[in-house]
Ligand binder design. Structure first.
Ligand code: PEP
Length: 248
């Protein structure tokens, strides 16, 4: 079985002093002989701070977004090459907050994944249905459409992706998918990946959506749940460390 992966998504939270305290607490509390891979997706303004604080630690630095473009007149954007310069190991692409508030389409998300891969930064491709889509019985169709766009774009590099299933109705709401609901969607995604690459079993499939210290163990025990993408609970060192400890 592959090593599990736990990624914290700080979203637009933090500050120099609070970040330093959180990162130091994580470094100090990381289980010895670490069974899970760990990374934190910090706001871009703090990539340099995270890189410096985490130098020599097994905790990886992740970014929350990347431009699909390589360079040029794209005010406010960050390229994959820039992320790489700051030691960024992973970048979230297609987080539902980017899709919802910044109009990111499946096609743009796919280009972002490709841009990241081209610079050796691993994209964490986020997919997930809204509550209305779930209630309309469209969950499978929606997540498969979102993932298909990326698979099509990246071709044989598909095995280098990380995929995160994040039901939109569970993000930041305190409503978690049940382990069975999450596993059912993960199995669909695994089958889709298997059709694209013989290495599908090695692709980390993360669950995200109100994962916390109390529910992580059960979610992470599911056959196709290879880790977690953790928002709110990643801002509290004790809670995030409990989730990391549950990832065996
Ligand atoms: C997220 O931001 O990806 C997320 C899953 O948030 P939360 O854990 O707060 O629901």
């Amino acid at each position: 079985m592959n090593k599990k992966l736990i990624v914290g998504n700080w979203k637009m939270n933090g500050g120099l002093a609070a970040n330093a305290a959180l990162l130091q607490a994580l470094k100090a509390g990381l289980p010895q002989g670490g069974t899970a891979g760990v990374a934190v997706a910090v706001p871009s303004a703090y990539l340099a701070q995270a890189q410096a604080e985490l130098a020599g630690s097994p905790i990886g630095v992740a970014a929350q977004d990347v431009s699909q473009h390589e360079a040029g007149a794209y005010t406010g954007e960050l390229s994959a090459g820039m992320l790489k310069e700051f030691g960024t190991r992973y970048v979230l692409v297609g987080h539902s907050e980017r899709r919802q508030y910044h109009g990111e389409t499946d096609a743009v998300v796919a280009l972002k994944a490709q841009a990241a891969l081209s610079k050796g930064v691993t994209p964490i491709v986020c997919v997930g249905e809204t509550l209305a889509e779930r209630e309309a019985g469209q969950t499978e169709q929606v997540v498969k459409r979102q993932l298909a766009a990326v698979i099509h774009q990246v071709g044989h590099c598909v095995s280098e992706l990380v995929v995160a299933y994040e039901p939109v109705w569970a993000i930041g709401t305190g409503k978690t998918a049940t382990p069975e609901q999450a596993q059912a969607v993960h199995a669909v995604l695994r089958a889709q990946l298997l059709a694209a690459t013989p290495k599908a079993a090695d692709i980390a499939l993360l669950y995200g959506g109100s994962m916390n210290a109390a529910n992580a163990e059960q979610l992470l025990a599911q056959a196709d749940i290879d880790g977690g993408l953790v928002g709110g609970a990643s801002l509290k060192a004790a809670d995030f460390l409990t989730i990391i400890a549950a990832a065996r």
